[in-house]
Design a protein around this ligand. Sequence first.
Ligand SMILES: Nc1ncnc2c1ncn2[C@@H]1O[C@H](COP(=O)(O)OP(=O)(O)OP(=O)(O)O)[C@@H](O)[C@H]1O
Ligand SMILES: [Mg+2]
Length: 446
Amino acid sequence: MATSTMDDYGGTLAGASVLVIDDEPGMRNFLTKILEPRVKRVEEAGSPKEATLKLDEAHYDLVILDNLMPGGTGLDWVTEQRRKGFFADTILITAYADLETAIAALRAGVSDFVLKPFRANQILSAVARTLDRKYLRRDNTLLLRELHAGSPRGKLLGNSQALTDVRSMLARLAPLPTPVLFTGASGTGKELAARYLHQVSDRAEKPFVAVNCAAIAPDRIASELFGVVEDDDRLKPGLLLLADGGTLFLDEVAQMPDQLQAALLRVLEDKRVRPVGAEREIPLNLRFLFATNADLDAAVAEGQFRADLYHRINVMRIEMPPLRDRSEDIVELAAFFMQEFATTLGMPRLDLDEETLLKLRRYDWPGNVRELKNLIERSVILGEFPEEFAGSGAVTGAQAIENLDLVMQRHILHVLDLCDGNRAEAARRLGVSRKTIDRKMAVWVV
Ligand SMILES: Nc1ncnc2c1ncn2[C@@H]1O[C@H](COP(=O)(O)OP(=O)(O)OP(=O)(O)O)[C@@H](O)[C@H]1O
Ligand SMILES: [Mg+2]
């Protein structure tokens, strides 16, 4: 279309890295000039040989390739590169479009074909089309995995001091490439916190890929993670490559098999992956997040986890607090899960009355937030809370939440009274931290 502006392609192109391979400097300049303002990075190579060196240095999403060059044809070059490990998509640009070349291009796995001479918008729309398809394939693969994994999603709720501290630490770490290790008991929200970190980082537009180290079959780990060049030179990109530019979350790291520990250490040190059967190591840009609910120090001491890998992943550690130490968050979480399950299950909400809320707060939640979430789901389905949490139904819903502060105040002051004003003792009996009591008292007792 004559009126089409080049900015129509902005969305897809913005994050892409492109390599332009052509022996004519004029053509390289032209392509660089139109791509540079629209893509993340564009590089040039004047010969197949130079292009090979560029690929050893960096990974590209897309290669724009001239066919006839003094150093050999572009198609021969692509075919050879695929054998070595070449995961970029390719657009072939050529002045000679005979049927034979077209068939050879198809065989070499070229994504698109543009005849020289071309106008800027012709090549830009070929680039946008190719990248669109590439990202659709990637997102489809990753979304299908997510769907099967039943990953946690949603906001990282909670206004307790402990969770506020976690959130501000995450905000501080967000812009950095530093690896982060999430520790804490099961159900405390380690994966949710990792997803939150990705969302508030500058990688949010790129993929977040979660891998459960305990769930992946040992004989398939390498090809799943690092990709594979199959016998017929077909390429299957691994999860690390699909996550390029984004965040890779390795869950249950303590259960990582030995070979994976060794391979991962190399990836963390060199920032490169070698697909199974490939000659080339592909440079990647990934941020690594890790989680475990096991005691990694003990695993290292027992020789089950490599000490060198441990030091690499334990740069910044975030300990997710157990729910019983932040019972202030329970009202918000319970109200949120109640709303969520009532909506998704299409069933009536149950009243969270004062008594129920107090009982929920007093329970010690060994399964943490997951246990609370499951309890609410079960109760919505059954139409009532289990006996140990049921209230008499006096005050309900939003009003109860508003009133809760009052109830809490009455209750804490009462317990303090019983302990002759000893705050440490009252904190112990209430199952909250001393800090919580101090904070509440500072607000109540003016
Ligand atoms: N702060 C929170 N706000 C809202 N939902 C939460 C919060 N923390 C945890 N959840 C929910 O609780 C469940 C468990 O969270 P998550 O899977 O992140 O826990 P985990 O620490 O990874 O547990 P495990 O060690 O068992 O894998 C999820 O459904 C998650 O959405
Ligand atoms: Mg988890």
